[in-house]
Design a protein. Structure first.
Length: 201
C-alpha cells in the first residue's frame, strides 16, 4: 500500500472547495452562529498533547458553553472519570476543536481555537447547579467557526435509524473483558445509572 505524503498529491485527488465552503467561516460569534451554538447541549472537545490526541464528549442540560464575549466561550468541566486527558492536554497545548451537535440536525458547527483552564471562583459560580460548582472552567478563544458538511450524518442515518444498541456490549462487559473479570460485569451495569444520577454535577 502506498501512502500519500505530499499536499500536492493529496489536493490532486480532489476538486477545489466551492465558494460557500470558504465564505462561511467566522472569526467571532455572529448572531446566527451564536443561536446555533447556544442551542447545543452536546459537543465533542478535541485536544492534543505530548501523549497524543484526545476526543471527549461534553454535555449539559443547558447550553454546553457560555458566551463571555463574541470571541470567547466558557465551558464548565462537570464530573467525569477524572482521567483529565483533555485538561492535561490543554495545560500543555492550548489548541482545541469543538463540534457542536443539535439533535435532529445533520449539520454540525465546528469551532477551532485555543483554550486555557481556570479555577476562578466567580466564573465557576456562574455555572452553579444543585449547589455544586465545576472544578474548573475551560475558556476558549475563538479562531474560526464554520458549519460542517451534513453528508456524514445523512449517510449514517444518525437521527433516523432508531435505536441500534441492542447487540452492543455494555460498559460492564467491556470492563470485565479488559480486567479479566476484576472490574465491571452485570452488577456494574445495574448500579451505574443510579450512581451516575447522584454524581451528575
Amino acid at each position: 500500500m502506498k501512502f500519500i505524503d505530499g499536499i500536492e498529491t493529496l489536493e490532486a485527488l480532489y476538486s477545489a472547495p466551492g465558494a460557500p465552503a470558504l465564505r462561511k467561516v467566522a472569526r467571532r460569534l455572529t448572531p446566527l452562529y451564536r443561536k446555533w451554538i447556544m442551542s447545543s447541549r452536546l459537543c465533542i472537545l478535541s485536544t492534543v498533547g505530548p501523549e497524543g490526541v484526545d476526543g471527549s464528549p461534553r454535555g449539559d442540560d443547558d447550553p454546553v458553553v457560555f458566551e463571555l464575549d463574541p470571541g470567547t466561550l466558557a465551558m464548565p468541566d462537570w464530573r467525569g472519570n477524572n482521567r483529565l486527558d483533555s485538561l492535561r492536554n490543554i495545560v500543555r497545548d492550548p489548541r482545541v476543536s469543538l463540534l457542536f451537535i443539535v439533535p435532529g440536525s445533520n449539520n454540525v458547527v465546528r469551532l477551532i481555537g485555543t483554550a486555557r483552564l481556570t479555577a476562578d471562583e466567580a466564573l465557576r459560580a456562574r455555572f452553579e447547579k444543585h449547589g455544586k460548582w465545576p472544578a474548573t472552567v475551560i475558556v476558549v478563544e475563538i479562531g474560526e467557526i464554520y458549519t460542517q458538511c451534513a453528508r456524514a450524518l445523512m449517510r449514517a442515518g444518525t437521527w433516523t435509524s432508531g435505536d441500534e444498541t441492542a447487540a452492543l456490549p455494555t460498559v460492564g462487559e467491556i470492563l470485565a473483558e479488559m480486567t479479566a473479570g476484576e472490574e465491571g460485569g452485570a452488577q456494574y451495569d445495574q448500579e451505574w445509572g443510579v450512581r451516575a444520577a447522584k454524581t451528575m454535577w
